[in-house]
Write a protein that binds this ligand. Structure first.
Ligand code: AMP
Ligand code: ZN
Length: 110
């Protein structure tokens, strides 16, 4: 999507502090961190949010769940919080699906 900031990051048109990349996903530091470590993990493919998923995305989402803890471990996190905001009512501000990884110190209760 030409108008999507995260698609532009995938394309390299906007810089990011990348920590992980494979054929399907990219992970980079959140520009406004809300924890000592705050990463965003995104599919390279433009998917709006969880509401945009179809059966065909099952394998991709399974791979994402397996990749999240690997990225966290690579960053030295032993425990972490994963958040994905879905839709305006869910607090989503960037409409390209992303999973927040928060950690680096013991997080407050949620
Ligand atoms: P959400 O509210 O779940 O849509 O979160 C969007 C997140 O994207 C926020 O935590 C922003 O700080 C982050 N963000 C927005 N633009 C950028 C960017 N160019 N690079 C890194 N993180 C960004
Ligand atoms: Zn996008």
């Amino acid at each position: 999507m030409t108008d999507c900031i995260f698609c532009k990051i995938v394309a390299g048109d906007i810089p990011s502090s990348k920590v992980y990349e494979d054929d399907d996903f990219l992970a980079f530091h959140d520009i406004a961190p809300k924890a000592d470590t705050h990463l965003l993990v995104i599919p390279k493919q433009h998917i709006v949010n969880l509401n945009d998923l179809a059966d065909e995305h099952g394998a991709l989402m399974g791979k994402l769940m397996l990749t999240l803890p690997k990225i966290a471990a690579d960053q030295g996190l032993q425990g972490f919080r994963t958040i994905t905001n879905t839709g305006v009512e869910g607090g989503q501000e960037v409409f390209h699906m992303h999973f927040h990884i928060l950690g680096g110190s013991t997080l407050p209760g949620f």
